[in-house]
Design a protein around this ligand. Structure first.
Ligand SMILES: *[C@@H]1O[C@H](CO)[C@@H](O)[C@H](O)[C@H]1NC(C)=O
Length: 409
């Protein structure tokens, strides 16, 4: 790259192309075109590019510091009163959760990057206790599961088998929560990481997620007719692909419409040749996109989230015709490239089709597992930030918190 010699030479066009080249070199698989926010937020100047006068440079550095402060991307949000409840028996990252009546069934997840859980814990909202632990089938994935319930049967589709960045499975199961007994289900046509999963119009719908290498977004969408925990067909049926693929999005059915919210393209991958499939960073693009399917079976674009948000597949609840989403991850820090966690609660009001930021969490946290009971919003598990001034991920949590949910009508 030519090194500009003076401020005249380093005009806007040169700067932009310098930056583009640099970024392309740094991050070969970064999807530049789809990252509007990234480019507008003001990426750091490469140190080899000078703007001429020292004072001018200092001034720019200051502005940059402010823009890229550690709290990058935090949004203003109402303070909420949080109450700490009994912590879960184990910490969990990338676990899964399903609420049935007053019970929150919490599945699988990483305890650490090298240890995965293979059991279910149950929280009872009535007496606020944990209990009822039982094992998952040996063949069931340990993280990145697709999961949904009809109120009794829980369908568990694909996911990552094992710790670190191991491969996905196509195996699929059903849990009958009346008897806590498991059965096998028709395997998914392909293995997937964290596909969007919902029951809609008598069919189990599964779409998106990451492909076998953990990074490449899948766009495919399949469904199969189900009833009382059983498949009514022999095979999965191909459906309209989703507009953008990738893992870790919320997939919600309300009032006969199916929504997919947020998520990302790309994810960590196993280091080539690593015997333990050691996770290595790949750049992901996080999105704020919201898409909807209705009876026309065509995707419609809905208003975007207040900011890009991923790792929210079990971080939502529907309350009073609003979708409430708790925490997540947003776009990486432009300078450090570190993952940036989300510390807000969002409301998508389906009466008005408007998004709101309705509160601050006790800390920024991703892959929360969320429940709602008698006016209180609960969250447990996930990976929290390093502290108020550093939104990068650190500790895997077992804590359970609740707050009174206040929605915008
Ligand atoms: C939901 O609606 C009911 C009935 O209007 C109301 O009493 C309740 O407070 C609402 N809940 C929330 C969390 O807004």
């Amino acid at each position: 790259m030519a090194r500009p010699t003076g401020k005249q030479n380093c005009g806007r066009v040169v700067l932009v192309s310098c930056l583009a080249l640099l970024a392309a070199g740094l991050v070969a698989d970064f999807l530049w075109a789809s990252s509007h926010r990234f480019s507008s937020v003001g990426m750091s100047l490469p140190s080899s590019v000078t703007t001429g006068k020292d004072t001018e440079k200092k001034k720019k550095d200051k502005v940059r510091e402010r823009k890229l402060s550690a709290t990058f991307q935090d949004l203003a949000a109402p303070e909420l009163k949080w109450e700490k409840m009994t912590a879960a028996p184990v910490p969990r990252l990338d676990g899964a959760a399903i609420q049935i009546r007053n019970f929150l069934y919490v599945f699988a997840g990483y305890g650490t990057i090298d240890i995965v859980h293979s059991h279910v814990d149950i929280y009872n909202f009535v007496d606020n206790t944990w209990g009822g632990r039982f094992d998952m089938p040996k063949e069931m994935a340990h993280s990145h599961l697709g999961m949904v319930t009809d109120g009794r049967y829980i369908y568990i589709v694909t996911g990552q088998y094992g710790p670190q960045c191991r491969g996905p499975t196509a195996k699929t199961f059903v849990l009958d929560t009346d008897t806590n007994s498991w059965s096998d289900f028709v395997p998914f046509p392909v293995p997937r990481y964290a596909p969007a999963t919902q029951l809609w119009r008598g069919r189990l719908h599964v779409m998106g997620g990451s492909k076998e290498n953990r990074h490449t977004p899948g766009l495919e969408h399949w469904s199969i007719a189900v009833k009382d925990g059983k498949a009514m067909e022999k095979e999965w049926r191909s459906e309209i692909p989703i507009p953008r693929g990738g893992p870790h999005r919320a997939c919600v059915v309300v009032d006969d419409r199916l929504f997919v919210i947020g998520g990302q393209e790309g994810d960590f991958m196993a280091k080539p040749g690593s015997p333990i499939f050691k996770c290595s960073r790949r750049m992901e693009v996080v999105f704020s996109d919201v898409y909807m399917l209705d009876e026309e079976m065509k995707w419609k674009v809905m208003p975007s989230m207040p900011k890009p948000d991923s790792h929210i597949e079990f971080a939502w609840k529907v309350v009073n015709n609003s979708i409430v989403i708790v925490g997540g991850t947003t776009e990486k820090h432009p300078e450090t490239k570190k993952m940036v966690l989300v510390g807000e609660i969002f409301q998508f009001n389906l009466n008005t089709m408007k998004w709101y930021v309705i509160g601050k969490l006790p800390y920024r946290v991703k892959t929360t597992l969320v429940g709602y009971w008698e006016g209180q919003l609960y969250f447990t598990s996930g990976q929290r930030d390093k502290g108020p001034d550093d939104p990068a991920p650190r500790k895997v949590m077992a804590e359970m918190w609740r707050t009174k949910l206040i929605l915008n009508p």
